[in-house]
Design a binder for this molecule. Structure first.
Ligand code: SF4
Length: 747
């Protein structure tokens, strides 16, 4: 072990012991950590559950092992099983976790998914290939791990994460004897199934978009819009999810920001003129609506990532009615849950609506514990069930409770089986009534996963947001609704939770229980899925496309820098050009000339016309220059070998469309089709040269050979020229003799 690795682990170990985090973890042979000893990353980060993220396994990555074994089989090596990682790898994972949570203060979800998982994949592959400890692994180990990671996840994301931990953890801290590795990986590129695009992208056609894979897939987007705007939600929780999805579509917020919207969401500003008159009556805007929410990612480097920051987003007038109707509806829907959560948080009790010495009937208690309002075998009349599902109105729940109370006959089978299950789990056998204090004690002891989410959220300004102030409150683990296709009596069910980002992400992913699977119109629709973040990319791009200033877009999406907004800009080249603000004179030009003018402005075109345009603009101003362009750039032509800016109304094509033969109107491009044509022509020329060389010597043969070789050289020159540049600038002075001075005049 080298000194850097030893020091890194030692400092993390010290930090862990200062925070009373147990370092030596009991791990079984396949890597699972004993349940009681698993690290609670959510608590370590000071974040508010749910979800609770745990480091509960220090073994190989289960999802990578299948692909790993395929690779090992190809190499003639025996298969491996999931086992505990070596002590060195375990120490590395624990040290990185401590550093990420306690020093960098990243969120538990980020650390778990973006750091711990790729480190485990790296450890799994290196252990299987060479058995090396992390400090002793070689470039071959890293290459192998990256290729397995790429094969294990088709999107290429896992391979990217492996590269990232190699660069930012292992290389940055010099933890490996044979490192750094990152430069090597970058040069080699790797065998990605899908290249990962970073930084500014070169688009090869006017219609091509930058990183378009980050935008939602068209069919999935329209199907999702159809579902949330036209389908009626079948459950209470789906009604909340539909509202969240509408917000994702209309506001482009991050999924975590949507989940943490407060019930007190609405902010309205009224505008008046100087005389106090409504601004709308004098041609202005009378009222604007703002969405109060809590912005994520407002921290700087090493600042706390789990804090929430209050922010406001202006709602476009077009969306005001739908957002008001949707969110006000959810405020009403969740009111009983909110009130119960508030009382629970204030009193620390589970049934605060009753005094501790009160008695509850088993029938009432059954609904309060399970959520199921059906206590009679005869069931709930369909018309009442349908009425509730149409409105999710609590007054219908009251009608259902009354109907069940009045209903004669035996109690329902689930009612009995529920109490029997509890008795098997150690609950006492109750008679007909139970004291509230006794049931609260039993709930605390036996139903820990059902306890309401009462913890407050720390805010960036040092205050706290109470859990009951959130908008999207839902019945927690109400299996009567989620699994048994029943209805949950939210007016009495005691467990109140929040809809988490993980819930929404999971319900929009392709799965047999997701939104698409349950509401999709056709079998294909039911297999669709959509990444929640793609909707943020979509709205960002649309705002760019509509010409909204980047500063406004940046503010709307709670970003810290304008540059971040351009990461979400997926406009095509044509849309980019259309967005370029041309001077007034240029707007009078014919359409094609305007395209050329925009390309000149964007620095995407060069050539004799462009040079002349710039010279005239400098010497005689914009007006003359655009007059010149209107006359000269009557054509912006696509040729088989590149782009041509030549006015054919003035000059005929000088090279008979053999653009690669030294024509100074030709602009090279990166377009695949152009390069393919050039390469095919070059191959034909090379073949011709071989044939000519085989002929008997003579003047004709020599001329043909010289011509063909000159063509090949010209084609090579075009192929070597950068996109948008002229391979044959044509600026050599033909009058001046080339080479050394021959006469006194050759100065
Ligand atoms: S040979 Fe020159 S002028 Fe003719 S089309 Fe090609 S680039 Fe344009």
């Amino acid at each position: 072990m080298n000194d850097a690795f030893a020091a890194y682990v030692a400092s993390a170990r010290t930090l862990a012991s200062e925070r009373n985090v147990q370092w030596d973890l009991p791990v079984d042979c396949d890597g699972a950590i004993e349940k009681q000893a698993a690290w609670d990353l959510t608590a370590m980060a000071g974040a508010v559950p749910p979800p609770t993220t745990r480091l509960s396994d220090l073994g190989g990555d289960r999802n990578t092992i299948e692909v790993l074994n395929q690779r090992l089989a190809e190499m003639g090596r025996p298969a491996v099983a999931k086992t505990a990682l070596s002590r060195g790898w375990q120490d590395l994972i624990k040290a990185v976790t401590v550093q990420q949570i306690m020093v960098s203060r990243n969120t538990p979800a980020h650390v778990n998914n973006q750091v711990i998982r790729p480190l485990k994949v790296l450890g799994t592959c290196v252990q299987a290939l060479s058995g090396a400890e992390p400090w002793a692994m070689t470039a071959d180990d890293v290459r192998f791990a990256r290729s397995v990671a790429i094969a294990a996840q088709a999107s290429g994301k896992l391979g990217e994460l492996v590269e990232s931990v190699v660069k930012y953890v292992l290389d940055a801290r010099h933890l490996c004897d044979h490192g750094p590795f990152h430069q090597l990986l970058k040069t080699e590129g790797g065998d990605r199934s899908k290249p990962v695009k970073r930084g500014p992208q070169i688009r090869k056609g006017l219609g091509e978009r930058k990183n378009e894979e980050r935008l939602p897939e068209l069919r999935a987007l329209w199907e999702l819009v159809r579902i949330v705007f036209t389908e009626h939600p079948r459950t209470f929780t789906d009604a909340l999810r539909f509202a969240q999805i509408k917000l994702l579509i209309l506001c482009g917020l991050r999924v975590g920001e949507v989940c943490s919207i407060p019930a007190d969401w609405k902010r309205v500003r009224d505008y008046v003129d100087l005389d106090g008159r409504d601004a709308g009556t004098v041609g202005g805007v009378s009222r604007t609506l703002m969405l109060r929410h809590f912005a994520e990612k407002q921290w700087g480097r090493d600042e706390n990532s789990v804090l929430l920051y209050e922010a406001f987003q202006h709602v476009p007038t077009l969306f005001e009615p739908v957002i008001e109707e949707t969110l006000d509806g959810i405020v009403t829907l969740t009111a009983p849950l909110r009130e119960r959560l508030r009382l629970q948080a204030e009193t620390g009790r589970y049934f605060p609506e009753f005094a501790e010495d009160e008695f509850l009937s088993l029938f009432d208690l059954y609904t309060r514990l399970s959520g199921n309002p059906q206590i009679r075998a005869a069931g709930i009349p369909n018309d009442l069930v349908n009425e509730y599902r149409q409105s999710f109105d609590v007054s219908v729940l009251a009608k259902i409770a009354e109907q069940q109370d009045r209903s004669p006959g035996p109690s329902a089978k689930p009612f009995h089986s529920y109490w029997n299950r509890l008795a098997e789990a150690g609950w006492p056998k109750f008679a007909s009534r139970v004291r509230v204090s006794e049931i609260e004690h039993l709930v605390a002891e036996h139903l820990p996963t059902k306890l309401s989410d009462t913890a407050s959220f720390p805010l960036g300004d040092g205050k706290f947001l109470r859990a009951d102030e959130l908008l999207f409150l839902s019945p927690k683990r109400a299996i009567v609704e989620t699994r048994n296709d029943g209805i949950c009596d939210v007016s009495r069910y005691f467990a109140v939770g929040r809809l988490t980002p993980e819930d929404l992400i999971g319900h929009l992913a392709p799965s047999d229980k997701g939104i698409f699977a349950r509401y999709g119109e056709t079998p294909e629709d039911r297999r669709l899925g959509l990444n929640t973040h793609a909707l943020r990319h979509l709205q960002n791009t649309e705002l760019f496309r509509l010409g909204i200033a980047d500063a406004m877009i940046t503010k709307r999406f709670n970003r810290r820098t304008v540059a971040q907004s351009y990461e979400y800009d997926h406009r095509s080249l044509a849309e980019d050009l259309a967005a370029i603000d041309l001077p007034a004179a240029a707007r009078e030009l014919p359409e094609k000339a305007q395209t050329v003018a925009a390309m000149i402005q964007a620095g995407k075109a060069s050539g004799p016309i462009v040079d002349a345009f710039r010279r005239i603009q400098k010497e005689s101003g914009d007006k003359r220059a655009f007059e010149f362009l209107a006359a000269e750039a009557d054509g912006f032509h696509a040729t088989p070998y590149g782009h041509c800016i030549n006015s054919f109304t003035i000059d005929p094509c000088p090279k008979h469309l053999q653009c690669f033969d030294g024509c100074n109107h030709l602009l090279a491009t990166d377009i695949e089709r152009h390069r393919r044509n050039l390469e095919q022509t070059r191959a034909a020329m090379a073949k011709a040269i071989q044939e000519i060389k085989g002929r008997p010597p003579g003047i004709g043969r020599d001329n043909q050979l010289r011509h063909a070789e000159a063509m090949v050289a010209s084609i090579d020159k075009v192929l070597a020229t950068a996109d948008g540049k002229r391979p044959f600038p044509g600026d050599a002075d033909r009058f001046t003799p080339i080479g050394k001075q021959r006469t006194l005049f050759d100065v």
